[in-house]
Design a binder for this molecule. Structure first.
Ligand code: CTP
Length: 386
């Protein structure tokens, strides 16, 4: 996938170097076009080295028959302008083409996705002239990624900050992914649950939530309305997700899922829900005694089984099984016992907490093995079940 990155002279330009690094890690084929002023802030050499790519600045460079503005604009799958200054936005919105970047922007085919990341002082951003220019670009099909609020380089506090590069990357992936889940609603559970013993202690497990968060992010990318119900994790809320609900205990997760489940087409139960909880929860801290302490546990409600029992014909229910032995055999048992359409089984010893995984997608009549990053595996799982 070819990405053409436009860079204008916002002071946040140093953050764009990290965006280039992230794009390279994701194997995008990158070309960069900078304004002359941008090149005064950060050397094109830095961008070229970090992106392992060409950096173009001048319209009139001799390039052996290559006409930079038209050839680059034809070649690209997505154009991203970050940071986008008020000046460059104004020029593009009004069809001015007085440097290579704005000339390319004007030459981009209508069907090429275009993303703009406005980054500037709040007053410049909120000025009705800038707003009108952004509105016009939006009407012409440009995706406007709103800036964040907070401390700005000039010392002011307000809207205009360069957003997190992970958010920009997510927007790029969202725009360029095939929409195989269009018009579908996907409910995903993720992470561990916590079962309190007293106000200070709890029982939980080692689930990082990474697989569930990947299932939710990818569902959104593929076009689904996506709700993520998550137990406590260290992960940040996925950008672009439609609903994000944080819960603590298995019982809370049960309630939040059950309130919604009938509205959803795909239910992806990635969460490592606790199977047991303390029979009684002490209201005050349990003080240590010299002899042993026995905490009596009782079963939690099994959310997946409950969904399996009441499943509607058009619903697809996917359970997960983290095992340490007899992975496929136990996965098959769970498929039947919980009346799921698929069980995604893995070896917990090998994949828990990692960014990559190996899973077996088990259905009534097939077993498929998938390996790769958790996001890649999530994509393959959706391709299998849809
Ligand atoms: N699950 C659930 N509610 C529970 C427990 C588990 O919905 N109270 C779901 C998980 O989200 C996952 C699947 O069931 O999709 C895991 O099955 P489970 O039988 O709980 O696996 P283990 O806890 O590993 O059980 P076992 O001890 O039988 O291996």
């Amino acid at each position: 996938m070819h990405i053409l990155l436009g860079v204008s002279s916002g002071i946040a330009i140093y953050k764009t170097v990290d965006l280039v690094s992230k794009l390279r890690k994701e194997n995008y084929d990158i070309d960069i076009v900078m304004t002359e002023n941008a090149a005064k802030l950060v050397s094109p050499t830095v961008f070229s080295a970090v992106g392992n790519c060409n950096v173009y600045i001048n319209t009139f460079d001799i390039n052996h028959g290559w006409i930079t503005h038209t050839d680059l604009s034809k070649k690209t799958d997505i154009f991203v302008l970050a940071p986008a200054t008020a000046n460059t936005i104004a020029k593009i919105a009004n069809g001015l083409a007085d440097n290579l970047l704005t000339t390319i922007a004007l030459a981009l085919p209508e069907k090429t996705p275009k993303v703009i990341v406005p980054t500037m002082n709040t007053r410049m951003y909120e000025n009705p002239i800038t707003q009108k220019n952004l509105e016009n670009l939006n009407k012409y099909g440009w995706y406007i990624l709103e800036p964040d609020e907070g401390h700005l380089a000039c010392g002011d506090i307000g809207k205009g900050r360069y957003p997190d590069n992970r958010k920009i990357l997510e927007v790029i992936k969202f725009i360029t992914s095939p929409k195989i889940l269009m018009n579908k609603k996907v409910l995903v559970t993720a992470g561990p649950t916590r079962e309190n013993i007293d106000p200070i202690r709890f029982i939980s497990n080692n689930s990082s939530g990474k697989m569930g968060y990947s299932m939710a992010k990818v569902a959104k990318r593929l076009g689904a309305y996506t709700c993520l119900i998550s137990g406590p994790t260290c992960l940040e809320k996925p950008h672009l997700i439609d609903e994000f609900i944080q819960v603590t205990s298995a019982n809370e997760m049960f309630n939040r899922v059950m309130e919604r489940v009938t509205e959803y087409d795909l239910i992806i139960m990635t969460a490592a829900v606790a199977d047991y909880k303390p029979k009684t929860v002490s209201n005050s801290k349990i003080k240590k005694v010299n002899s042993k302490l026995i905490v009596e546990l009782e079963r939690t409600k099994d959310i997946l089984s409950e969904i399996g029992k009441n499943k509607k014909n058009n619903q697809i229910v996917v359970g997960f099984a983290a095992e340490t032995e007899n992975i496929i055999e136990y996965g098959k048992e769970k498929l039947k016992k919980k009346n799921a359409d698929y069980i995604v089984a893995n070896n917990a010893n090998e994949v828990m907490g990692k960014d990559s995984t190996k899973v077996y997608v088990i259905s009534k009549d097939s077993i498929k093995e998938i390996e790769g990053s958790k996001e890649k595996v999530a994509e393959e799982i959706y391709k299998i079940i849809i």
